[in-house]
Design a protein around this ligand. Structure first.
Ligand SMILES: NC(=O)c1ccc[n+]([C@@H]2O[C@H](COP(=O)([O-])OP(=O)(O)OC[C@H]3O[C@@H](n4cnc5c(N)ncnc54)[C@H](O)[C@@H]3O)[C@@H](O)[C@H]2O)c1
Ligand SMILES: [Fe+2]
Length: 374
């Protein structure tokens, strides 16, 4: 039964621009806010587009943020910020870049990362923060969480705090036109997974459910188009919205078993976050069907899948991903069967996400999913 009286806390960026060309609004905003020393964190793939932000003042560009960044990469970005002492940090890139920008903002004063892991450990920050996504996937720009891989343990750690919230977000679909088809597919499925995992979540909330519905419906309709033609402006815009909706879902509800099972594939097998989630998505969708039949049927209808039983759902959802060109077999992605038991224990231990799953999943059931995906 839906409980409309369930309490909810939602953090949203202070200013939000959406639309083609709105990257330039960042410059206007920075000028009127009086920012004089600006540090832009970005990656080589999009560094050439930084001028679209039309930023004023003294600008330093750190273009060395890596995909799926680890703590070594984070330390380099922190050192750059300590040298510049910026009044504004801009994260201009995919989720990897935006998460680093968030973490640099709260760590450059010298606080060790270990002191702020988990929810609400951050106590302040020294600069304003603007986030401009160039992929449509993580929705990191919408929220108060940031992830980084611990270079020693290879675990992904999450920091969650209102201090990670952006003062300004610009969603400019023109910036995502250059994302290659494979990355478009994987990041788009990540956005959908955020929506679906929040929708079928133990902590699901009616307000978030409606963002989730909009998100997975947009991905269902527009992701095949954006993969087929990266310059499809309508599809790119729709996916950026879907990604943002997914980001809203992550805040108060978050993901569940799908993302937990994807994490070892990212940190151990080194799959990009979106691809790891794509491989796992059909399996967890089908696993949860018996306990969330009505909501799973809504997802299936949006995607044109068969939800009459788990086997049909698994097959049609996997085919939906394969149609986007995604390689869905772990064996073809470099895994060996011997890897799977350790990954299963590791994923099972990510209780912050596993405890959100609507159906209890044992270590053996995690292993069975990895084996089926193999
Ligand atoms: N904070 C959150 O709430 C949240 C949620 C989900 C995922 N994440 C994190 O986000 C990271 C993944 O982010 P992602 O999926 O956006 O991938 P990404 O940022 O790693 O980008 C993927 C690749 O695409 C390139 N790229 C980015 N924009 C491009 C463009 N416009 N044209 C061409 N190439 C471009 C990047 O350089 C990179 O090589 C992971 O570390 C993951 O853990 C965070
Ligand atoms: Fe994700």
């Amino acid at each position: 039964m839906i409980n409309y009286a369930q309490p909810l806390r939602l953090h949203q960026p202070h200013r939000f621009e959406f639309g083609a060309g709105t990257a330039a609004q960042l410059g206007d905003w920075a000028r009127s806010s009086g920012f004089a020393r600006i540090l832009v964190l970005t990656s080589p793939s999009v560094a050439a587009l930084v001028n679209r932000l039309e930023l004023p003042g003294q600008i330093t560009v750190f273009a060395a943020v890596q995909p799926e960044p680890d703590t070594t990469n984070l330390s380099a970005a922190i050192a750059a910020a300590q040298a510049v002492d910026p009044d504004l940090i801009v994260g201009f890139g995919g989720g990897s870049v935006m998460d680093v920008a968030k973490l640099v903002t709260v760590l450059r004063g010298g606080v060790p990362l270990a002191d702020v892991i988990g929810p609400n450990k951050v106590t302040g920050r020294l600069n304003a923060l603007a986030l401009v996504p160039t992929t449509a996937g993580t929705g990191s720009e919408a929220g108060i969480r940031a992830l980084v891989t611990d270079a020693t343990t290879l675990n992904k750690v999450a920091v969650e705090s209102p201090y990670l919230l952006a003062d300004m977000v610009a969603l400019d679909p023109d910036l995502t036109m250059s994302v290659p088809p494979a990355v478009t597919a994987a990041t788009g499925i990540d956005a959908m997974a955020h929506c679906v995992e929040a929708f079928t979540n133990r902590k699901a909330h009616p307000l978030i459910d409606n963002y989730a519905r909009m998100g997975f419906s947009l991905v269902a309709r527009y992701l095949p188009r954006a993969v087929a033609d990266g310059t499809d402006a309508e599809a790119r815009a729709a996916l950026l919205l879907a990604s943002y909706y997914g980001g809203i879902c992550l805040g108060p509800v978050n993901t569940a078993a799908g993302h937990a099972l994807a994490y070892p594939l990212g940190t151990r097998l080194k799959l990009p976050h979106g691809l790891a989630n794509a491989v796992i998505f059909p399996h967890v969708l089908a696993f949860n069907l018996p306990v969330t039949p009505a909501k799973t049927a809504e997802v299936a209808t949006a995607l044109g899948l068969r939800a009459d039983d788990q086997a049909a759902l698994l097959e049609t959802a996997s085919q939906w991903c394969r149609n986007l060109g995604v390689e869905m077999r772990l064996s073809a992605l470099g895994a060996t069967q011997a890897d799977l038991p350790a990954w299963a224990s590791e994923a099972h231990a990510i209780r912050r996400l596993m405890d959100n799953n609507p159906r209890e999943m044992s270590v053996d059931e995690v292993l069975a999913i990895y084996t089926a995906a193999f």
